[in-house]
Ligand binder design. Structure first.
Ligand code: KQY
Length: 366
């Protein structure tokens, strides 16, 4: 597998939207006990259910440590490919490659520098060296050439419409715990070069208390060109109210790369949801890892879904709001079946279905 010194944009490559055709999807198997409670068994069941749902519409590969290989193989459906791969945790959206394609249907991957969402300043765990190698290993297996981007970024920090527009947040990308040497203008230029976009739409803050420091993939995403789903609440006393209202205003004023106005689809958040004492008691404490405590507010959002070829897989966690979110996604993705998976266990680790998946766009054989 070759590492290319150029940039995707210079070579005519762009990041396709998630709703474009996939060759498959990658996940990593969860096991670390300072993230996942009860020996990670409850969350492994949730990951297996997500893999089963996605694999009904496209091939799924799960990377797993040597020690967990037999367990993962036994718990995942036979149609899911399981390969040995070490990692520090299971967030392949962030440590995996971002795939890019060109007009001839060729595919390559961008390997961002990964620093566990903030490095030694306020990263979530140390070390993160195995995570930083995940993108490269996936590209080896996929047989795709690699660009090593010269800056810190996670896949969950950007969404694209596939037609030249990138959506991101100031809270995350301008945080000095990622790239203190880069200005906003520098970062926009790097997004142009590495995602092949021409327009960057900046939202302000991410979801309230999101431990990644404001990833866009909890807050908002494109559902088709010109259409954005946004997590929402009508409760003015909730700090999320002001965050979502500000995002809505920015989206209302924005134009995408093709000069279109955006239609914003509000999806009411669940909860608010909090970690229980029982859940917190089941998580190991570890120096250098984020402490997870009873009463912590969880960054719950329905916007953290995954769009596969034939299905959309969305988190379920709150009977009061699940139905409305599912109906909204059915309207937004009329050609796909919307499948819900109960993923409170994934949420306890600080993310959800979008964060634990990484799509591989389809390559057209040349
Ligand atoms: O938002 C994401 N893309 C990932 C969430 C990571 C949480 C780490 N504990």
């Amino acid at each position: 597998m070759r590492t290319i010194k150029s940039t995707p944009a210079r070579d005519g490559y762009r990041m396709p939207a998630e709703y474009e055709r996939h060759a498959g999807c990658w996940m990593l198997w969860p096991e670390r006990q300072d993230t996942w409670r009860a020996g990670a068994k409850p969350v492994q069941a949730a990951f297996a259910a997500v893999a089963a749902a996605i694999s009904s519409g496209e091939p799924v590969t799960v990377g797993v440590s040597a020690g967990q290989f037999h367990n993962a193989r036994a718990r995942l459906p036979d149609r899911v490919r399981v390969v040995e791969m070490s990692s520090n945790d299971a967030w392949v959206r962030d440590c995996g490659p971002t795939f890019v394609v060109d007009a001839r249907g060729r595919r390559r991957g961008v390997d961002w520098i990964f620093n566990a969402w903030g490095g030694l300043q306020d990263g979530l765990y140390f070390p993160w060296d195995r995570d930083d190698d995940v993108a490269r290993k996936i590209l080896e297996i996929e047989g795709d050439s690699r660009y090593r981007a010269p800056f810190v970024l996670e896949g969950g920090a950007v969404h694209v419409d596939g037609q030249g527009t990138c959506l991101t947040t100031e809270e995350c990308l301008l945080n000095p715990n990622r790239n203190p040497q880069l200005t906003r203008t520098d970062i926009e230029e790097l997004l142009r070069r590495y995602l092949g976009v021409s327009t960057v739409i900046w939202l302000g803050k991410g979801v309230h208390l999101d431990e990644t420091g404001g990833h866009i993939d909890e807050l908002a995403c494109f559902t088709s060109p010109g259409h954005v789903a946004l997590t929402w609440t009508e409760d003015r006393r909730d700090p999320q109210y002001e965050i979502s209202r500000d995002a809505h205003e920015r989206l209302r004023r924005a134009r995408d790369a093709r000069g279109r106005r955006l239609t914003v689809h509000k999806i009411h958040q669940p909860g608010p949801m909090f970690m229980t004492a029982d859940e917190a008691a089941g998580i190991d404490r570890h120096d250098g890892s984020r402490e997870r405590s009873a009463g912590d507010r969880l960054p719950a959002s329905y916007v953290n879904f995954y769009v596969a070829n034939k299905v959309v897989v969305m988190p379920l966690y709150d009977k009061r709001w699940d139905g409305a979110a599912m109906r909204a996604l059915r309207r937004l993705f009329p050609t796909r079946k919307v499948l819900g998976v109960a993923t409170r266990e994934v949420l306890l680790g600080g993310g959800n279905i979008h964060c634990i998946t990484q799509q591989v766009p389809r390559r057209v054989a040349s």
